[in-house]
Design a protein around this ligand. Structure first.
Ligand SMILES: C[S@@+](CC[C@H](N)C(=O)[O-])C[C@H]1O[C@@H](n2cnc3c(N)ncnc32)[C@H](O)[C@@H]1O
Length: 238
């Protein structure tokens, strides 16, 4: 598959959508359809957030607006395929700082995470990299996409760093629901329209891709959402 030319979310995040995203996707759909409340995801975001952080697939920037920034934070990079989420999320992040608060260095990266040069030009590595609700947007099977994304992100990670994120697993929706259910219907609609690509995503292929890329992986499933943390297995972390 030509990953770069098949970009499902090209038309999905115009400004108007970003304005309603927090309520429609993160409040309503997360809670009632994917059954993993945004407050739980925010706690998970906070748990691994470091003072040298990269957020990939920023969307509306809700996490960046509401997370607990470490007091010693000195660098935050925002990465996205599209300029509108990047600008939207950056404005929300900037609104947290005034003259009295020390501003971290903010870097913007407009890039397809699947493209060849994603890692090569980012010389300073990150201690934490978040990718919330990103994998399920990326085309291909879990094995195909994670086998591209995880090794790339490993190049951007410090030795003791963590990559963490959430993704909706279509395979669990299929197992636990029948066709008329809301989760089944929404997942079908989003997959048929190229907005999500996760019908066959399952926990085993997520774990396998992480292990093949040289990570230890911890996964918690809440509702239909996997919350995962990856740490390098070739380094002994304290
Ligand atoms: C579902 S939103 C998630 C937003 C946010 N992380 C959240 O959890 O609410 C997915 C985001 O990933 C971006 N995205 C999708 N495919 C991407 C890719 N291949 N490379 C970089 N960003 C991508 C989209 O533009 C969008 O901002």
């Amino acid at each position: 598959m030509d990953y770069v030319s098949f970009i499902p979310s090209v038309t999905t995040y115009p400004w108007i959508f970003l304005f309603v995203y927090d309520y429609w996707v993160l409040l309503f759909i997360c809670k009632f359809v994917w059954k993993c409340k945004r407050s739980l995801q925010l706690s998970f975001y906070n748990k691994n957030l470091s003072s040298n952080h990269l957020d990939i697939g920023v969307g509306s920037g809700w996490y960046l607006k509401h997370c607990m920034l470490p007091s010693n934070i000195y660098r935050i990079a925002l990465a996205d395929l599209h300029i509108s989420p990047l600008k939207f999320a950056t404005n929300r992040l900037l609104s947290r700082f005034d003259n009295s608060t020390k501003m971290p260095k903010i870097e913007l990266i407009q890039k397809n995470i699947l493209s060849e040069d994603t890692a090569s030009d980012q010389l300073n590595k990150f201690d934490s990299i978040s990718m919330f609700f990103l994998l399920h947007c990326i085309p291909g099977s879990m094995k195909e996409k994670a086998n591209i994304v995880f090794p790339k992100l490993k190049e951007l990670l410090t030795e003791s760093g963590v990559i963490y994120g959430t993704t909706v697993l279509g395979n669990i929706i299929k197992k636990e629901n029948n066709a008329p259910s809301l989760a089944y219907r929404l997942c079908t609609y989003l997959n048929n329209n190229g907005i999500m690509c996760n019908w066959n995503d399952d926990i085993d292929s997520l774990k396998q891709a992480a292990i093949s890329a040289g990570f230890h992986i911890d996964v918690t499933i809440i509702g239909y959402t996997a919350m995962f943390e990856l740490r390098r297995s070739d380094v002994e972390n304290e």
